[in-house]
Design a binder for this molecule. Structure first.
Ligand code: AMP
Ligand code: MG
Length: 430
């Protein structure tokens, strides 16, 4: 296994105290490795999972040339570009029930959508344009060769990869796999991720639920990070291991890190990684593994720890996120998400940025990346974005009200009303 310091030594202008977002991602992504284990699951159980191997098509899809429309299958050679032509209908082909005979000159066969093209025919004329008199059908001039037909293998070709290793199985892939007649697929095993919150000021909902604790004491807050982190991990399809709130105590922290490392491929913590933090979280991370502490040139989110903790039998990647609730979500989405997807074996991790008009002025200093929370809306046929009120890194409402991030790049300065800005949607079709 490559050491983190060797990965970092390949990065130009490495400055842990002012690390651009792109550099941090470069380091994280070149350090993490996908889980090796695979398993076979039934097609439906593969929803949300990642294919472990290329899926080679055992058949052509469609398996035969067939009609794309209801109409008549004809021999293009019989038709004329100048004059109407009358043909004799000699039978019918249905989807799943083919026409057994051969179609000779001057003949045609009534076909339904999906019916195998009768032998001798190459073109379908839609039923709306044919004029029927008894068994005679008049076809207008000017048809095109091969029109309204689907050729064997045009969707998927036998022997070729229908899906690539690393593909996420979405509803479209479920259907595609089923269309190949494949009932079981090889996927990577689920990624196991353990997480806990740190901080003596935190009150856990577990105490609330059990009725053990009274109202919040002065300076106490409810632990919300374990809920956002849990939700984000579930949505990614991880196996989630919630380790609760860990007090700022060296023995408890060490035990938590050891248990998390033994159980999981990745460990996520929140809190305790800021500069001048007067607690043991950073100390413990540094003691148990190869961990770097960064100040990232971004807002919200600045502090973050990253590295690997080694256990007796296995190790785990560590993501030490800041404590502020919005900073947790932003650093998760923009660093941890991509890293976990790579660990799951995914071959695509980037999310698209769209450019829309900003409805308002946004103050921004060059030299850091900002992820402001915004609402995209369409007025008069044009999409535009506005910010969701106060953008403090503790104001979780700004995330809840938003449907997108307004991504203001490292070099970008202030935005004027009407200027285009990049946005990243928070929800997608999956
Ligand atoms: P820290 O990075 O530990 O200094 O935390 C920064 C801020 O985030 C402090 O105001 C903490 O009280 C708050 N915070 C830390 N952990 C949590 C948590 N699990 N839930 C909600 N807020 C938190
Ligand atoms: Mg703290």
């Amino acid at each position: 296994m490559t050491a983190l310091k060797d990965v970092i030594s390949c990065i130009s202008d490495y400055d842990p105290d002012a690390l651009p977002v792109a550099r941090a991602n470069e380091i994280i992504r070149s350090f993490v490795r996908p889980v090796a284990e695979m398993e076979s699951v039934a097609v439906r159980a593969a929803l949300g999972r990642v294919l472990a191997e290329d899926l080679i098509s055992p058949i052509d899809v469609p398996a035969h040339d067939n009609s794309a429309m209801d109409g008549w299958a004809v021999r293009f050679a019989d038709l004329s570009q100048q004059a109407d032509v009358a043909l004799t209908e000699i039978g019918t082909a249905y989807a799943g029930k083919e026409f057994a005979g051969k179609v000779g000159p001057g003949e045609c066969v009534r076909v339904m959508t999906g019916a195998v093209m009768p032998a001798g025919t190459d073109t379908v004329v839609i039923q709306e344009v044919g004029k029927v008199e008894g068994s005679r059908v008049t076809i207008p001039a000017g048809q095109e060769r091969g029109q309204n037909t689907r050729s064997a293998g045009e969707d998927l070709e036998r022997g070729k990869p229908a899906l690539r290793a690393g593909a996420l199985v979405r509803p479209a892939e479920l259907g595609l796999i089923a269309s190949l007649g494949i009932a079981q697929v090889r996927v990577r095993r689920r990624l196991r991720v353990a997480f806990f919150s740190t901080g003596d000021e935190l009150r856990s909902l577990d105490e609330v639920a059990s009725g053990a604790a009274g109202p919040l004491k002065k300076g106490e807050i409810y632990d919300s990070n374990r809920y956002t982190i849990w939700g984000m991990l579930e949505r990614l399809g991880c196996e989630v291991i919630d380790m609760g709130v860990v007090r700022d105590d060296p023995a408890q922290l060490e035990a938590a890190f050891r248990r998390a490392t033994a159980a999981a491929d990745a460990v996520i913590t929140s809190g305790g990684v800021s500069v001048g933090e007067a607690d043991y979280t950073k100390q413990m991370m540094a003691k148990l593994g190869e961990v770097v502490f960064w100040k990232i040139a971004m807002r919200p989110g600045r502090p973050m720890a990253f590295g690997r903790i080694e256990g007796k039998d296995n190790g785990a990647y560590l993501f030490g996120l800041p404590g502020n609730p919005v900073a947790v979500m932003v650093t998760f989405y923009h660093f941890v998400r991509g890293a976990l997807l790579l660990m799951m074996g995914r071959n695509d991790t980037d999310l698209p940025l769209l450019r829309v008009k900003s409805e308002e002025a946004i103050r921004k200093k060059p030299g850091r990346t900002e992820y402001q929370r915004g609402t995209l809306r369409c007025t008069g046929g044009e999409w535009s974005v506005r910010l969701t009120g106060a953008q403090g890194s503790g104001i979780l409402r700004s995330m809840s009200e938003a449907n997108c991030f307004v991504v203001l790049g490292h070099e970008q300065g202030s935005v004027k009303p009407g200027d285009p800005v990049d946005v990243m949607l928070m929800d997608g079709l999956v």
